[in-house]
Design a protein around this ligand. Sequence first.
Ligand code: SF4
Length: 315
Amino acid sequence: MPDLGPFPSALRDAILAWYGSRGRSLPFRGTTDPYAILVSEAMAQQTQVARAGETWIRFMERFPTAAALAAATPADVLRAWQGLGYNRRALNLWRAARRIVEVHGGRVPADLAALQALPGVGPYTARAVAALAFGMPVGAVDTNVRRVLGRIVAGDSAALGATALQKVADAAVPLDRPGAWTHALMDVGATSCRPGRPDCASCPAQAWCRFAAAELAGGNRARPVPGARSVTGPAATAAREAPPAFATTSRWLRGRIVDQLRAAQDGAWIVLDAPIGEHDRAAVAAALEALARDGLVELDGADPTAARRARLPIR
Ligand code: SF4
């Protein structure tokens, strides 16, 4: 069992100093507006931060407040979301804006439970917004932070259970700089402490890190590093097997359908009755039904065997 005692203040200082000089410069890091931070966190999940940053600038120009976003149609929001993928996040953000207006008077709530009650906001996003926007000393744990803290404290990215990890993450937060700390841990995970073989020599946590100590002692060579490639044996064979082509997946098909509807005039019905890529008519029809259930498209007519007319939702 790893020692979950006090987080060393010297380690905390080293990470913050490293962040001050080497942290990433991203467009949304300059804002203190809770709504703008909520938008950036929604965008940065499962999307490259550079792409999220570009889209965030345009999105904030279009919808500068929660009230502006809440007043938009889902179609408007889905068009502004173009290029980010995972379109359900856009719809959830729109629903969150409506709840912020209806329940919280247009202001993002400065309360963890109320944040987590917003559509699409889970424990990570609620804590990230709490720390970044409201200066609350809470640890936001995503896969990056799980990996960094797990390796530092326990020598392995997956060694800590959720409760122990959250305890470590909360204890690590400096009371006076929770926002900078949240960004700093993210940057350590995105640069030095990558999922494959980490670059410990470049990392500000190296002197305190159990993984790095084991690495120096040769102890990590006996076990696989998650995400690292093996070069021989069965693992190498498995690694060479190509994953299914993305274009054959239902996620790809759903994305292409939404793209086609984005390109159409607002409110216009589009007939989607032909194969798309390798997906036949039946697959397209099934994807349309699934998108309609998720609220991402409107369908005209209830007969699933007829040619389907669809559009992005306008209400
Ligand atoms: S020293 Fe290495 S393993 Fe430890 S946090 Fe830094 S990059 Fe990750």
